[in-house]
Design a protein around this ligand. Structure first.
Ligand code: 5GP
Length: 192
């Protein structure tokens, strides 16, 4: 990473269905220093998602070309056949503006980014109150088939076992309370 001018990084991760996306949106609205690091991915955009805002939506050939060019800080096949990755150019774009990247990625990716930028990262793990509640939230969201729902729930069960490797664990039992806790933790890190 010696080619990158580096600053602080906030990494937020959670099993799918923990309510992370809503909490991240609130955090971004409350902090003018943080900027969302837009990941690249190969899944199809969901209704309302925009290329260059929610993700850089690439086809697999382009994504693999970027892997070959060493363009990623980390990349991973997060779900079967679906690649996701954090672009070096994206983090640099944010640092160049004097902002801090907010990296919203899956649990394994979060650990890789943390290792690549030692001493610069705050890592936060957001947890649903229980696996039953997480499953209920995923069903309510209505974006999953029976198969992808099971895949996400199974992945969440595994991810909970690595939660202790993060700097902070925040239980999203109540959105208001959990969002306030997240803002407080992040502000303290950015000030320090
Ligand atoms: P979704 O398909 O629901 O948008 O995201 C699925 C998972 O991929 C989420 O856990 C999300 O945080 C993760 N993800 C998003 N961007 C990246 C990335 O750049 N790298 C990795 N490893 N995971 C990512």
């Amino acid at each position: 990473m010696s080619d990158m001018a580096m600053g602080k990084v906030v990494i937020i991760t959670a099993p799918s269905g923990s309510g992370k996306t809503t909490m991240v949106k609130r955090l971004l609205a409350a902090s003018d220093k943080l900027e969302f690091s837009i990941s690249a991915c190969t899944r199809q955009p969901r209704a309302g998602e925009v290329h260059g805002k929610d993700y850089y939506f690439f086809d697999e050939a382009h994504f693999k070309q970027l892997i070959g060019e060493d363009a990623f800080v980390e990349w991973e096949m997060v779900y079967t056949g679906k690649y996701y990755g954090t672009l070096k150019s994206e983090m640099q774009r944010i640092w160049d503006k004097g902002h801090y990247p907010l990296v919203d990625i899956d649990v394994m990716g979060a650990l890789v980014v943390k290792d690549k930028f030692p001493g610069q990262c705050l890592t936060v793990f957001i947890e649903a109150p229980s696996i039953e509640e997480l499953r209920r939230r995923l069903v309510a969201r209505g974006t999953e088939t029976e198969q992808t729902l099971e895949e996400r729930v199974n992945k969440a069960v595994h991810e909970l076992t690595v939660a202790p490797q993060f700097d902070r664990i925040i239980i999203n039992d109540n959105l208001e309370r959990a969002s306030a806790e997240l803002l407080q933790v992040v502000e303290k890190f950015l000030e320090g």
